[in-house]
Design a protein around this ligand. Sequence first.
Ligand code: NI
Length: 167
Amino acid sequence: MAILNILHYPDERLHNVATPVEQVDDKLRQLIDDMAETMYAAPGIGLAATQVDVHKRLVVIDVSEDKTGLTTFINPRIVEADGKTTYEEGCLSVPGIYEEVERAEHVVVEALDRDGKPFRLEADGLLAICIQHEIDHLDGKVFVEKLSKLKLNRILTRLKKNQRKTL
Ligand code: NI
């Protein structure tokens, strides 16, 4: 397994729209394992392939406290969404930034698992929020772009400053 490099906003590659996975094979499972390791090491609760510069529709999520809830979503699709909730979100691609974002409270998602088997999952709470956040990544969207222009500009200034410090 390997820790992968995570792209940081405003890297333009985070705006790529990922294409569907056509074959679930050992090579893809290797990527899934590397993504899970990268997510746990960060640490984070979700990671989309887009964030490691692989533009395929693949997401790993684990919202459990003890790393026992790893779920792989290949070609995920939200087929139902209702209700409204807000949560202070963060993102491994936008380090140190946490902002309130509004999303659907409850979603039903269909995807393939790591063996290529279709499954359907009903989610609410943090899992529902995380699924929507990660699928946004696959569509080239980063959560801070849901905020007002003013807030986004402030965040960009802060990110630039932080970057300068770590050089
Ligand atoms: Ni993210």
